[in-house]
Design a protein around this ligand. Structure first.
Ligand code: FAD
Length: 289
């Protein structure tokens, strides 16, 4: 399978890249790791006439402290995330989820910015970043804005990003002490995409759950907060019964868009979502102490 024809640009500065996106607005696509865009182009599901490869721009690949939180450059690869000591110590679920993406070849090329911008319904990092919270920094030729991760994933393969914007950074907040995190997924054995994955970030204080962010991927059309599950957890002691009840509601938010395909029926995905929600919450609660 071959792509349709396109012009290829490899700018070396963000100004050049954003200018190209403005000049070819609506026709151009950003190329990062290429592990989602190129297959889509080969299948003719995407036919951009211009590719703006941002891989030659310096300074988009980093993980660093940013005030109380951490900032991650959009071109940071899965491999860099899974091996970063800062990510491992501050957001263990992000390092763990990155290590579970596909194989080493994909992890060496695929980027956090590409994963969020692509918003694959079975992608791992959209759910993980959603559970952590924070924001996505997007730049045009003239301006820059921060988009809350809660408003970023809009629909199937659709985000709040405009077609002249480039994600430059992902900002993650500091997690309060007493916070535990976990990511649990049932993966497709060939691609490792999540048939269902659940990310949990849970804060416990004085024996009670004071904060919970739970996000589900793979089950529905996009990464989604399981808000009913969160509500059941908050303000409670995380006994096995409470965790079981909360997990049983994890598929509720994706009920209307449940995927039903050759990999798993909607009914099986509902079951998997509960199972992996329970595992992720138990693990995060144990880590929270
Ligand atoms: C065999 C295989 C197995 C895979 N398994 C998994 C898996 O288990 N879990 C998983 O989550 N993913 C998996 N993937 C997908 C992989 O994670 C991709 O790398 C990821 O979805 C996209 O990242 P990328 O850097 O490759 O982006 P690209 O493919 O280059 O781009 C994807 C989309 O995002 C846009 N984009 C990219 N970067 C930016 C930016 N900085 N600003 C604005 N727009 C941008 C592009 O224009 C394009 O629309 C797999 C892919 C393959 C080929």
């Amino acid at each position: 399978m071959v792509t349709s024809n396109f012009d290829y640009f490899a700018p070396t500065t963000l100004d050049e890249a954003t200018s190209l996106l403005s000049r070819y607005r609506g026709e151009a696509k950003v190329l990062a790791g290429g592990h989602s865009l190129i297959p889509m182009m080969k299948l003719r599901l995407a036919e951009p006439t211009v590719l703006v490869d941002i891989g030659k721009i310096d300074g988009l690949s980093y993980v660093r402290e940013d005030g109380d939180g951490v900032a991650i450059g959009s071109m940071t690869t899965y491999r860099e995330l899974e091996t970063s000591s800062l990510v491992k110590s501050r957001y263990p679920l992000l390092a763990d989820a990155a290590s579970k993406v596909a194989d080493l070849q994909v992890r060496n090329r695929g980027t956090i910015g590409g994963s969020l911008a692509h918003s694959d319904p079975a992608g791992d990092l959209p759910a993980v970043v959603l559970a952590i919270g924070g924001s996505v920094v997007a730049r045009t030729r003239r301006s820059s804005r921060e988009i809350s991760i809660d408003r970023f994933q809009v629909d199937l393969l659709t985000t709040a990003l405009h077609d002249n914007e480039i994600i430059t950074e992902i900002k993650l907040p500091a997690l309060p002490s007493g916070t535990g995190t976990a990511y649990s997924k049932f993966h497709n054995p060939a691609s490792h995409y999540a048939i269902t994955g659940v990310a949990a970030v849970i804060t416990v204080s004085g024996g009670t759950c004071t904060e919970a962010r739970i996000a589900v991927t793979g089950a529905g059309d996009k990464a989604t907060r399981a808000r009913r599950t969160e509500r059941i957890l908050k303000g409670k002691e995380l006994t096995p019964a409470v965790i079981r009840r909360a997990a049983s509601r994890a598929a509720a938010e994706v009920q209307d868009t449940l995927n039903d395909d050759i990999f798993a029926s909607a009914e099986y995905r509902t079951h998997l979502t509960q199972v992996h929600a329970q595992r992720a919450i138990e693990e995060a609660a144990a880590a929270a102490g």
